[in-house]
Design a protein around this ligand. Structure first.
Ligand SMILES: *[C@@H]1O[C@H](CO)[C@@H](O)[C@H](O)[C@H]1NC(C)=O
Length: 85
């Protein structure tokens, strides 16, 4: 009985270790294309910066333990800084 319980505890620990290893390996990749986009509001057209054609940029949903890689391509006419919050 004791050896069966030890085996079960070992199996549970092994499963947790293995599953957490898989969990931490998740990498999700995104591509952001930043560019000038014409925007018309109240008969006035302006140029704004968009990310993948959106303003504000897309929302990234990330699960605990995931690693994300965001490739940013700046096609605007000036240098930019990207930040998330
Ligand atoms: C953009 O950044 C690069 C690298 O720092 C710099 O050489 C260049 O002059 C900058 N361009 C503008 C328009 O600020």
């Amino acid at each position: 009985m004791l050896s069966i319980m030890k085996l079960s505890v070992f199996q549970i620990l092994a499963f947790l270790l293995f599953s957490s290893f898989l969990y931490c390996q998740a990498v999700v990749r995104h591509t952001f294309i930043v560019q000038d986009t014409e925007y018309t509001k109240l008969c006035s057209t302006k140029t704004i910066l968009t990310v993948n054609g959106q303003f504000p940029g897309p929302t990234l949903y990330v699960n605990k333990g995931e690693t994300i890689i965001v490739d940013v391509y700046n096609k605007a006419h000036y240098n930019i800084t990207i930040h998330w919050y």
